[in-house]
Design a protein. Structure first.
Lengths: 295, 343, 347
């Protein structure tokens, strides 16, 4: 019984002193991770503030087409006379929200499916699960999702469905490996002998142990997904114009590249800065995890 | 419910598992062959899974794909013809059977737009994509080998930090952004290189492939560099490196035989993943530079819902990745005696 | 031909500070001479060897003072270019025998051919590399040369690997060969053969030899002179037979007694443990374990041993010893370890 209660007790102890823990956590972070968090906070704040405060319409055009950056239009205007500055930061919001959605659902599904594959005693179920994971993972995200867009149709809905259907397999792979380790630990054996149902063992004991790992993986996967969302939109399969989205903006602007470089440069740079911010955070988490493993 | 405490007492600590008598106890040479054989079986299974996935693409279309393609007012004959061409007649099992037997005979169907056989078009377009990926790989290695050596041997913290940040930034920049920016700088501003197009003969095509290959190769090169420098750092800590050093080998000999050779196995093991990433990069970079490879073929087909083309290209991509995965696994098992003795 | 004076070596810590591992070491090797360097693991003997081939940097260590003169060249602070002409060319180094000591990815033949090709290019020779490799392998008494050349290191026995490493070290006719615990990981029979080989090579090729071991018995079989190292400092050095038969340092005496006991089938090590790097006593390094100082100081280390840190070696009875009470060991025929006195030690 004590072994079974351990997980709950640990999370209860961890709840106290949130503020103190945040401060201590920030201090113990590697510089790169702080830098990454800084980028993300700034990007999220700007993505909300800029479109709200900007006097320009981000979708409807104006006669001021292809104007270079100036005091009036900080990032210049695109071929339809829209303010690139406002559009770039509105795009930040759309990309970050889309990527977050495309990460969170597969995270949950993948954790559960992977845990089941990990703890099941049925060899057939395990092999079938492994094969499905390997087949899906053998494709690069962008290629398999764009193929699914052919089925679901282009647009936000299509790429989200495509990402949901494929991204779970990466989490399932991480979860499966961890669940396999947990399966052979004593307290699970104890729970099984106490006659607990499979669902209870899975929900109370396996998933909470697997989740921190898949969650950490989700941060690094966020980079892959945000680049995939932008890439798909760049190819015309994802977010459709006139909605501002980095990839779609870049695709629009590259056709007018001889006249204006600014609508190409700014969305592209913002996309890489955002991806860099997230991957710095992921690196920090990864380094801490490996240190915990060693220490 | 099931929560009520059972009357049984807690189990005794788990007994030590009985020794597994099924362990394949072959001599070392055979062991490698056996490992490769197992990977081959796995590769065939995955290739089969890839075919299932390609087959499934048309069948997960919400509603009726034929109706979606032809619209509501299509004549029954046209609907019937299309249904047959997409292998949508009969039971799902017989559909897969007829599709798969076509695929195995090399018939990937015909494009719905041009009615040209998909395999033929892929055959025409594949060389460009392979050139792009190959050159990208060459470029990645040109970047990775010196960076890996420097990073693996340096003790400068300043270098490690700045390389960490720089490589993270370059990996975070997707190939289509790199591609468009390269296009902007070298094609539009400096006018050194053509912005689009392609010539099909060998030395001339390099001019058109240079910028695309850089866009494909930079992130991959950074990943290689990170893995290689980690591996070289480990190798360099080994005693045999000191032996080579104090034997007084010539510098190039020493670097190649004592640092690089023993460190390449992890890089080759990564090849399957890398080729996948390269294919994905090729898809977008071909679009950026208007190269007529299978990447642009796939994208155009997706936007036009040309299902046989999507299925055919998806199958081709999957097949390439599976084959490369198998090869890289096998080669790294063969060349790394450490992996051989450990596994 | 090699003279090391006041050589100090430090391990470089994270913040650039150094922790001493060798302090003010002094040793001399003449033309064709064999010097034995004896010490427990952690006494700094491997670091001392690496300072002679310029590979300290690989172990995050640096020379912090003193000088190494070899054939008229100062090696402390020498440039890479100088080291490239010395390391492997004039001074060869055979590291501790282990599987890790030899490149695992290449066959023996390929490794040696590459080395020999470079060597003959440097020497302007016209011999075929393959013949030279055969000659080297014959020199180190490797049987079945043709099959060994096509094998990879993990297919060879420990003794064979060690012979291959020695063959590589001899490729450029060095004038000094450093063998750092060349027999430690090998079984006793093979140990004896490798030692025989080293002895024969020295005579045949007229090299000088620096043989490093934790085992006094290994050293006394081969060497003309010995240097005893303890916690980074030289305790005693002099002609081998003299030091062994009439030690003038309690530590040497302890080693000799322990070696004798072992020969008789017993086991009587010096009580206590060698201090680890960074935890050396401020007094004479050996004083916490020294029976002599406890006896003289009536239970506690004698006050003279605690003043002024580690004593510098001074000449007593034809050798150098770092013991302040060396002369009081003179009268005693059989060296005593001092276990009896230490047994009654108060906490």
């Amino acid at each position: 019984m004590t072994a079974l209660g351990e997980v709950g007790a640990r999370s209860a102890a961890a709840a106290g002193g949130l503020r103190g823990r945040l401060v201590a956590g920030w201090r113990s972070m590697p510089t790169g991770m702080r830098f990454g968090i800084g980028i993300m906070v700034l990007m999220i704040v700007l993505s909300v503030a800029v479109p709200a405060l900007s006097p320009y319409d981000t979708r409807r055009g104006s006669p001021d087409a292809n104007l270079p950056p100036s005091a009036e239009y900080w990032f210049g205007t695109d071929h339809l006379g829209r303010d690139v500055f406002a559009r770039t930061f509105e795009a930040a919001r759309i990309d970050i929200v889309l990527a977050a959605a495309a990460v969170s659902v597969p995270l949950l599904v993948g954790t559960i499916v992977g845990s089941i594959i990990g703890i099941t005693r049925s060899r057939l179920a395990q092999s079938a699960g492994d094969l499905a994971i390997e087949v899906i993972n053998s494709f690069p995200t962008l290629i398999i999702v764009i193929a699914l867009v052919a089925a679901f149709g282009r647009g936000t809905r299509g790429i989200l469905l495509g990402l949901f259907i494929t991204a779970w397999a990466r989490y399932a792979k991480v979860a499966r490996a961890r669940a396999l380790v947990i399966r052979d630990m004593d307290y699970l054996e104890a729970g099984r002998c106490l006659g607990y149902s499979r669902a209870r063992i899975l929900g109370r004991h396996v998933a909470p142990n697997v989740f921190p790992l898949t969650l950490a993986y989700a941060v690094s996967d966020f980079v892959v997904v945000i680049l995939a969302v932008a890439g798909l939109s760049f190819l015309g399969a994802g977010v459709q114009p006139p909605t501002p989205e980095w990839g779609a903006m870049l695709n629009d602007a590259r056709l007018h590249i001889f006249r204006a470089w600014w609508p190409v440069l700014f969305p592209g740079v913002m996309l890489s800065i955002t991806a860099l911010g997230v991957s710095l955070i992921a690196q920090g988490i990864g380094r801490r995890a490996s240190e915990n493993l060693v220490g | 419910m099931t929560d009520s405490l059972p009357t049984r007492s807690l189990p005794l600590p788990a007994e030590a598992p009985a020794p597994d008598t099924r362990v394949f106890d072959a001599p070392k040479r055979d062991r490698v062959l056996w490992l490769i054989g197992r990977r081959l079986v796995r590769a065939i299974l995955v290739a089969w899974g890839v075919s299932l996935l390609a087959f499934a693409i048309v069948r997960i279309v919400p509603g009726d794909p034929v109706a979606t393609l032809l619209g509501e007012e299509a004549t029954p004959d046209r609907v019937e013809v299309l249904r047959e061409r997409l292998h949508l007649d009969g039971s799902v099992a017989s559909q897969y059977g007829s599709w798969m037997s076509d695929v195995l005979r090399g018939d990937l169907g015909q494009s719905l737009q041009t009615t040209r056989p998909v395999l033929e078009t892929i055959g025409d377009r594949l060389p460009i994509t392979l050139w792009l990926i190959g050159l990208g790989m060459v470029f990645a290695l040109i970047l990775a080998i010196p960076l890996g050596l420097i990073g693996g041997l340096t003790r400068s913290n300043w270098y490690k930090q700045s390389f960490g940040l720089g490589s993270a930034a370059l990996i975070a920049t997707p190939p289509f952004v790199t591609g468009v920016l390269l296009l902007l700088v070298f094609g539009v501003r400096l006018r050194w290189l053509p912005v689009a197009g392609y010539v099909d003969t060998f030395p001339q095509n390099l001019e058109y492939l240079l910028l695309p290959a850089v866009a494909v190769g930079v992130p991959v090169g950074m990943i290689f560099a990170i893995v290689l420098q980690e591996s070289i750092r480990e190798t360099n800590a080994e005693e045999f490196v000191e032996t080579g050093l104090v034997w007084g080998l010539a510098k190039p000999q020493f670097v190649w035989r004592y640092l690089l050779r023993p460190s390449v196995a992890p890089v080759i093991g990564l090849m399957g993943y890398i080729v996948g990433a390269n294919l994905a990069a090729a898809v977008v970079v071909e679009t950026v530079f208007n190269l007529e490879g299978i990447g642009t073929y796939l994208v155009r087909a997706v936007l036009a819902r040309d299902y046989p083309v999507v299925q055919g290209t998806l199958f081709t991509f999957g097949f390439i990745v599976v084959v490369v995965h198998f090869l890289s696994d096998s080669i790294s098992a063969l060349i790394d005696p450490r992996a051989r003795t450990l596994s | 031909m090699l003279s090391v004076d006041d050589l100090s070596i430090g391990l470089v810590g994270r913040r650039g500070e150094t922790v001493p591992v060798v302090e003010r070491a002094r040793l001399r090797i003449g033309e064709g001479e064999t010097l034995g360097l004896v010490g427990e693991s952690g006494s700094g003997k491997s670091m001392l060897c690496r300072s002679l081939v310029g590979t300290l940097y690989r172990h995050s260590a640096v020379v912090t003072g003193g000088s190494i003169r070899f054939e008229g060249t100062e090696l402390v602070g020498a440039s890479d270019a100088v080291w490239r002409t010395v390391r492997g060319h004039r001074i060869a180094y055979v590291p501790q025998s282990s599987l890790a000591g030899i490149n695992p990815v290449l066959t023996v033949g390929r490794q040696l051919t590459a080395l020999v090709r470079a060597a003959s290019r440097d020497a302007g020779g016209d011999r075929s590399p393959r013949a030279r490799v055969r000659e080297l392998l014959e020199l180190v008494e490797i049987p079945r040369i043709d099959s060994v050349m096509n094998e990879r290191p993990h297919q060879l026995s420990g003794g064979m690997r060690q012979r291959v490493i020695i063959a590589g070290a001899l490729a450029r006719d060095p004038s000094l060969l450093i063998a750092d615990e060349p027999t430690t990981a090998l079984d006793v029979r093979v140990q004896a053969r490798i030692l025989d080989l080293l002895r024969r090579l020295r005579e045949q090729l007229g090299m000088s030899l620096l043989l490093v071991s934790h085992d006094l018995a290994v050293v006394e079989e081969v060497c003309d002179a010995i240097v005893v190292l303890y916690a980074g400092a030289v305790m005693e050095s002099g002609p081998q037979a003299l030091v062994r038969e009439q030690p003038r340092h309690p530590y040497t005496a302890g080693l000799v007694a322990a070696a004798r006991m072992e020969l008789a089938g017993g086991y009587e090590p010096i009580p206590g443990e060698a201090p680890s790097v960074g935890a050396w006593p401020a007094a004479c390094r050996f004083s916490p374990r020294c029976g002599l100082t406890l006896r003289l100081g009536e239970g506690a280390p004698h006050s003279r041993c605690c003043e002024g840190g580690q004593p510098q070696p001074a000449e007593v009875d034809g050798r150098l010893t770092a013991c302040l009470f060396a002369s009081s060991l003179a009268g005693e025929g059989a060296p005593t370890v001092g276990a009896q006195t230490v047994a009654g030690e108060t906490p």
